[in-house]
Design a protein around this ligand. Sequence first.
Ligand code: SAH
Length: 446
Amino acid sequence: MIKNEEYIVEVIDINANGGGVAKYEGMAVFIPGAVPGDVAKVKIIKVAKSYAVGKLLELVEASEHRAEPPCVYAAKCGGCVAQHIKYEFQLKYKQKQVKDCLERIGKIREVEVLPTIAMENPIHYRNKAQYPIREVDGKIQIGFYAAKSHQVVDIEDCVIGNQKNGAIVDAIRKFLKDNKISIYNEATHKGLARHLVIRNSINFDEAMVCLVINGKKLPHAQDLVERLRAIPGITGILLNHNTAKGNVILAEQTTTLDGRDYIMDKIGELTFKISLLSFFQVNPVQTKVLYDIALGVAALTGSETVLDAYCGIGTISLFLAKEAKRVVGVEAIPQAVANANENAQINGIANVEFVLGNAEDVVLGEKFDVVVVDPPRKGCEEDFLKTIVANAPAKMVYISCDPATLARDVKFMYENGYVVNKVQPVDMFPYTSHVETCVLLSRLTT
Ligand code: SAH
């Protein structure tokens, strides 16, 4: 293929980022925004050794899997990559993505991957929003980054976000403008207002609003409090002080301007306390579905000792504790461990213990019957997997938000005496390319 030339290609697949893939004379052509089944006119914008990248110019034939995006910002905002794809097809392609990774990276042959479990009403599901704040030509932009860029697309109402957030964004925008608060500039590392982070509770009328600033003090902070107090359901107003360069949104230091520095929410029957820095699944409705699957495959009888690694605020641990003899949770963030201990108390669950530390550094002083892991996207450290293999639990329940690292870790477990028994993708992130998967690995007894 030749750069800047136009070609007509048939789109046959989707890649991990939700973009379309075509084949042209044996070469893979990645086309953002294209859907399998499209016949597309593309302009080649990059040619590498084994692949090319094409810009979608025109649809010669539109795929039957295309849908009208439910969001008005879909074409500009980089937050969702699958707004133009029918929901049923998103589910199919997520299932295929998991299968492809397990076969290609995990070298697991003919693995059965169950159909992705759909979300019944796949909009307004997110309970956390992190908006970069920038200034362009004197206008304050609060929204999300455009695809592959740090250009902020101003957003009034996000289709996958909480419906209450529009009013909060609006109030913040007006506060910053009326008080002439300086806006953060990434290039110069100057300016104060950097990000807006909102955490919503789905089950209680609660929300935490946090303005991330590049400094110690926010001028007119009382005015911000008064404006936000006028919006119902805001139970905490915080400042997070992030003066470091780079993409990390939240720093360690937080000041409470008003109300509480946490929110409460529920998953199923259990209630959780969630602080600003603690991880909490962004889609609590589907989290319940996911945890029920994990609980189902763990098939506890009441006599087991269970390890829940990467336990966050103890959500899975507390779910498992009802059916286990004892659960030990391991988590790296101190605030999350503190929340986990409080959550055990709030729910009256005594047979759990939470340990602060990196999973790969813990020394397991006892034998576990079941190990549950739910690591971040980079997956588990090999040292930790080695520790599990040495501990020889009968079952490992692997919950993953990244099929590629899941497959890498499953391969390691497979090579060390574990077989894959069940692979269940769950759609936690409709309209994005992300997929959550629960895998049951069972130890071969020889
Ligand atoms: N199981 C929880 C949290 C999963 S997210 C839930 O479902 O809500 C992954 C968690 O792993 C985060 O809380 C993160 O702080 C934690 N984490 C990241 N790296 C870690 C490590 N090396 N050791 C232990 N925990 C880690």
